[in-house]
Design a binder for this molecule. Structure first.
Ligand SMILES: Nc1nc2c(c(=O)[nH]1)N[C@H]1C(S)=C(S)[C@@H](COP(=O)(O)O)O[C@H]1N2
Ligand SMILES: [Mo]
Length: 426
């Protein structure tokens, strides 16, 4: 792909030992920034903060993003950054669970360590990763399991994301299976566990103080997983996992471990909180259940990794902030993706989902990437309209018009709508 990593640039950075130094002054602010409480709200109308409207905040290496929480850092990407198929690194959303996140990493000391049931307990430097392994690139959408959680009815606890807990990037790095081969997975291994550098109890107050996720060794996604050292041709922003993060194409971002520093071969399934308790969804075909079933204790759950990301699509323009005019063409544009395979169809409705017409799809950057779409609409009558968008993937999955519900606020993929006003031409 034309947007591949400039490895020379990265090597130069490494050679100069410059990365840590370069990032230090800016990143030191990450934790120093005082927490701004969400303003108390007395009405009228519904609480806008609870509805995912958050203040803009500037963090190191980032453009102003919507701050949901500061401890841990959770920043949402504003809608207009999805006008391009690749989400700019500076605008890419940020989600952590723990309060203490790395502000700087000394690459002369940092090593990727292999522990547990491996033949060779390797310790690899970033330079080793860059020079001793074949680089591969993949365009893939990183989406938080809780993206759009603020839409759930009845409401559920957790970060009240709008639709901006997602982003698409061209990731470059080393194949996980090449790393596993180098370390030599011993027989009896059932899962591979990943742990990053962030620490702390986090608001969930869970004790272990570490964020860890595991992939089943026999999950086909292991073949496609990469440990990425570059994002859109640049080193990863610190807040998105510098120096290396996992990219697990088609799976929710909770598995996309940031600042990966330990890779462990486990002989027993991972029982840590983030696998056994958090990020679990009802074991139903679409992960949906009811509050009543939950209250009755009837819901069997599985890790969200058992699901690929359901197909979704988003209207980016028009965004309803300015009226349209009769007879004037307007481009309805947005992005679509699916964790199950390539998006093959996007349809637009300008009558709230009663009738649908196909949009024109943008360039194909691979089955895990955003796919842009465009539809030219020339409204012929003034009035209030509801635009809707519906994507279908190559497996035939399409978006439902019914919401899902589960207590974690996961797997939302209901058809999106945008209200617009069309004025008569003067
Ligand atoms: N080390 C570490 N990696 C992590 C997390 C974390 O808290 N710590 N959160 C995960 C979750 S739940 C999400 S949604 C993504 C967010 O990736 P981003 O911050 O780069 O957007 O990181 C994943 N990887
Ligand atoms: Mo997440």
């Amino acid at each position: 792909m034309e947007k591949g990593i400039n490895r020379r640039f990265l090597l130069k950075l490494l050679g100069a030992g410059g990365t840590a130094a370069l990032l230090k002054p800016a990143l030191a602010q990450t934790s120093a920034q005082a927490e701004t409480p969400i303003p108390s709200f007395t009405g009228p109308g519904p609480n806008p903060y609870w509805n995912g409207v958050h203040p803009y905040a500037i963090y190191p290496q980032k453009l102003p993003l919507l701050r949901m929480t500061d401890r841990p850092v959770q920043l949402e990407t504003p809608r207009h950054y999805f006008r391009t198929v690749f989400t700019p690194n500076e605008a890419f959303y940020v989600r952590y669970h723990l309060d203490e996140i790395p502000n700087q990493i000394d690459l002369s000391q940092w090593r990727l360590k292999f522990e547990g049931n491996f033949e060779r307990p390797l310790e690899l430097s970033l330079e080793d990763l860059l020079t001793k392994f074949k680089p591969v690139s993949i365009a893939a959408v990183n989406q938080c399991s809780g993206n759009s959680r603020s839409r759930f009815q009845p409401r559920v606890a957790g970060g009240q994301w709008g639709n901006g807990a997602m982003g698409n990037a061209l990731w470059t790095g080393v194949r996980l299976k090449d790393l596993l081969e180098a370390a030599g997975v011993k027989p009896g291994t059932v899962q591979i566990q990943f742990e990053g550098l962030d620490r702390g109890k986090g608001p969930e107050n869970l004790g272990s103080g570490r964020f860890m996720k595991s992939l089943d060794l026999d999950d086909p996604v292991v073949e496609e997983t990469i440990l990425a050292y570059a994002m859109n041709g640049e080193p990863l922003p610190m807040l998105n996992g510098f120096p290396v993060r996992l990219v697990v194409p088609g799976k929710f971002a909770t598995y996309w471990l940031k600042h990966v520093t330990w890779i462990r071969a486990l002989t027993e399934p991972d029982k840590n909180f983030w696998m056994a308790t958090a990020y679990r969804v009802p074991d139903t075909p679409n992960g949906s259940t009811t509050p009543e079933a939950v209250a009755a204790g009837q819901v069997k759950t599985v890790p969200i990794g058992h699901f690929n990301m359901p197909v979704r699509s988003f209207i980016i323009d028009p965004d309803g902030t300015s009226p349209l005019v009769v007879g004037m063409p307007v481009k309805i544009r947005g992005v679509a993706f699916s964790g199950h395979g390539k998006v093959v169809k996007v349809e637009i409705s300008t009558d709230d989902g009663k009738t649908w017409r196909p949009a024109v799809l943008g360039a194909d950057y691979g089955k895990y990437s955003f796919r842009t779409f465009e539809f030219t609409w020339r409204p012929s009558q003034p009035g209030n309209y509801v635009i809707a968008v519906r994507a279908t993937d190559e497996k035939g999955n399409t978006q439902p018009d019914a919401p899902v519900w589960n207590p974690g606020g996961y797997l939302w993929n209901k058809i999106e709508r945008q209200e617009v006003v069309v004025l008569a031409a003067k």
